[in-house]
Design a protein around this ligand. Structure first.
Ligand code: ZN
Length: 197
């Protein structure tokens, strides 16, 4: 369990993992603790993520937190106001300028907490996440449970195959899977594609 360091300096925290791993719950837990500590919190999410609520960060278990939808990471600099803590959800969908924006915030002594998918449904590193994980002082990888075999899961498997990486998650479209069940599913999908050709 992450415990906040007792220093009055800026830093970056990344919470990453597959879908259904509890990333947003962990982000909300940390933001809630900051509020309890009387810190000013401002939270952002990509304007693309409108699956449940226009202006709230909403986890799959309907835990919610007010957030500002933005189109480009550079908007954060104009919108932080007098915040001490900046939360960013669905960080994988942001542009590649996000890591540099987060560095600027940390250098201004803000605490930056990001949550995001570390890999896309093909098992590749997702958008700005690898850079964010490299630059962060603290990285927490949370795990889901494989929906096929019950082992620990780090992968997001997409049941219906197409090439749109930016597609918003629903339980019927995505599954958390362990490495071997993910590879098995990908092999079956490749076989299906070659049969269709
Ligand atoms: Zn499995």
């Amino acid at each position: 369990m992450f415990v906040e360091p007792e220093v009055e300096k800026g830093w970056i925290e990344v919470i990453c993992g597959s879908m259904f791993s509890g990333k947003t719950e962990e982000l909300i837990r940390r933001l809630r603790r900051s509020k309890l500590a009387h810190q000013k919190v401002r939270t952002f999410k990509p304007a693309i993520d409108v699956r449940y609520d226009e202006s709230n960060v909403v986890s799959h278990n309907a835990n919610s937190w007010e957030s500002i939808p933005i189109k480009h990471s550079s908007e954060i600099l104009n919108l932080i106001g007098d915040a001490d803590v900046v939360g960013i959800d669905e960080a994988q969908f942001f542009d590649m300028e996000l890591p540099s924006i987060c560095n600027q915030l940390a250098e201004r002594k803000l605490r930056v907490i990001l949550a995001g998918l570390d890999m896309d449904f093909k098992g590749n590193p997702f958008g700005p996440m690898p850079a964010l994980m490299a630059m962060a002082e603290y990285v927490t990888k949370v795990h889901a449970i494989c929906m096929k075999c019950g082992n620990v899961a780090s992968y997001t498997f997409k049941r219906i195959r197409n090439d749109q990486t930016v597609e918003l998650g629903e339980r019927d479209l995505y599954e958390a899977r362990c490495r071997s069940c993910f590879n098995e599913g990908m092999a079956m999908a490749r076989e299906q594609i070659s049969m269709d050709l």
